[in-house]
Design a protein around this ligand. Structure first.
Ligand SMILES: [Zn+2]
Ligand SMILES: [Zn+2]
Length: 352
């Protein structure tokens, strides 16, 4: 018995690092005989003993050989956990998280390889302007931020600030003391135990991050920023009431292009505000509208006002999607455009 217990002891980080590393880890399902190969950087589901499932990212795979070094005895995996919104109650960024959003923690842990159950589709979302190239289906799990424990950050700051790399023992004590003081000064900002280490994209009007469930946003192509529709409404600038603004009409004039298939739909896409959030999805329509703009500029310059077949393909549009747009674009005509407050504050003019 004691021996068995010993075998199942999770190795320390130092022990783990002493084991030979492996590029991959193959799991064979005893019932179905199916096999699955996991690699470093894979995002996976881990099953806990209590039947719960967690998401994690594989950092390293190590093989513990048996006493005689003949065959593998255990496979150990170093992982980073993904936290769900529900796990992060009380954190300052909790309300910024979408329901299906996960947050990756930089903390590393070693787990038994047999806990890894399957690979998991977790989409990465880069919410920075202008737009992300990969769409994220509604209801899918996604992540954009990485977090670290606050204490760790304070230690690092302390270390860097003093220029003493390895004075860990002393640094720790001091770091904590200082950290507390700082925490009080910062007040509300400082609640919770984690902080996001990524650059966060904020709405220029309210300086808050984007929550895809709650915030409908518009992208301004002129100042390259996403704005909350709520903030646009609150900014006091009335949306254009008589449909498409004259500036947009002028800039997207296709009247000299001559009759072409789908030109009306193309025009509708060009004139469409770039949106994301709520019903428009996490990523939104930025990719399509921006590609239409690229094609538009290219067609004006090099194709004498014609959209070529290659361009349609580049845009990812086939006949069916265009029909889809035709239906959508009738709804779009009732869209309101906003006179961009960010552009206006810089003495420029832009519609979004
Ligand atoms: Zn805002
Ligand atoms: Zn703008």
């Amino acid at each position: 018995m004691p021996k068995k217990v010993k075998e199942y002891r999770i190795p320390t980080m130092d022990e783990f690092r002493a084991f030979p590393t492996s590029r991959k880890y193959i799991v064979i399902n005893q019932k179905t005989n199916d096999s699955h190969t996991f690699y470093r950087k894979d995002l996976v589901t881990v099953s806990a003993f209590n039947g719960e499932h967690w998401q994690a990212k594989i950092k390293d795979i190590r093989v513990e050989m048996n006493e005689h070094g003949e065959r593998p005895q255990n496979i150990w995996i170093m992982i980073q956990w993904f936290h769900r919104k529900a796990d992060l109650q009380g954190e300052s960024f909790h309300s910024d998280l979408a329901i299906n959003e996960l947050v990756l923690s930089i903390e590393e842990e070693i787990i038994d390889g047999s806990c890894i159950e399957s690979d998991e589709i977790i989409y990465y979302f880069d919410d920075a302007p202008p737009y992300q190239h990969q769409a994220i289906p509604q209801g899918a799990l996604f992540w954009r931020w990485t977090i670290e424990p606050k204490a760790k950050q304070q230690e690092q700051e302390e270390g860097e600030g003093k220029g003493k790399g390895k004075g860990k023992g002393k640094g720790k004590g001091k770091g904590r003391k200082k950290g507390k003081g700082k925490g009080r000064a910062k007040g509300k900002e400082d609640k919770g135990t984690y902080q996001i280490i990524n650059q966060i994209t904020n709405c220029p009007l309210c300086a808050k991050p984007y929550n895809p469930n709650c915030d409908a946003q518009r992208f301004c192509r002129f100042c390259n920023a996403w704005h909350d529709v709520l903030c646009l409404n609150a900014s006091g600038l009335a949306p254009e009431s008589d449909g498409i603004p004259a500036q947009v009409k002028r800039e997207t004039d296709l009247s000299s292009w001559g009759p072409q298939l789908y030109l009306d739909v193309f025009l509708d896409i060009l004139r469409r505000p770039i949106r994301r959030g709520k019903n428009d999805g996490i990523v939104g329509d930025g990719l399509l509208v921006s590609r239409a703009w690229e094609m538009f500029e290219e067609s004006k310059e090099s194709h004498e006002g014609r959209v070529t077949d290659t361009q349609w393909m580049y845009m990812g549009i086939n006949q069916r999607t265009l029909e889809g747009w035709r239906v959508e674009s009738t709804v779009m005509l009732e869209e309101e455009y906003y006179d961009c407050p960010t552009c206006r504050s810089q003495g420029q003019s832009g519609f979004l």
